[in-house]
Design a protein around this ligand. Sequence first.
Ligand code: HEC
Length: 162
Amino acid sequence: MSHRNVLSILTLVGILTACSAKNPEAAQAISGAPETGSGASKTATGAPTASGGGPSAAEVGGRIYNSNCVPCHQQTGAGIPGVYPSMAGSPVVLGDPAELALWVIKGQRPKAMPAGRYSTQMLQFGWMKPADAAALFSYLRSNFGNSAPPVNAAAVAKALGQ
Ligand code: HEC
């Protein structure tokens, strides 16, 4: 291998590393874009402004949904008729947050969910911390056309007996 080839490989690796390190920043810059946009009102997105610059609860909730629930309940939340239930208008999503927490985290079936409707099964998310679960549930309750009050971490912890 010539000296030149080694150099170009090193350069390539350098570029890739730089890109992957920069991506999160780029993504944040994009999501923050409307706030700096010309003439747009500063609350154009209506997103809750998280203090301290960390991801907001809505972002955390959306991220957890996208990486855990989308394969079955779909990006739109509509599920797949007869296979996976919809999150839109779901009595479990909109109902008692304690029952929602017990279902998602412990697989304990709420009364609003009679057994045998689906031949498919849901996974359990026992690893989910109350704060993450609260962000996820708040996300479910304020997306897909749903509008129910947010859930806080203390309520989830209490439901789980923690
Ligand atoms: C492997 C597929 C699968 C995944 C992944 C999955 N679910 Fe489910 N989910 C189901 C199935 C199947 C049901 C219906 C179970 C039943 O009725 O016995 C269900 C039911 C539900 C319900 C009750 C809906 C209703 O109105 O009956 C909620 C709420 C729910 N899931 C939330 C979630 C959340 C939040 C996640 C991600 C953390 C998730 N699910 C991940 C398959 C899945």
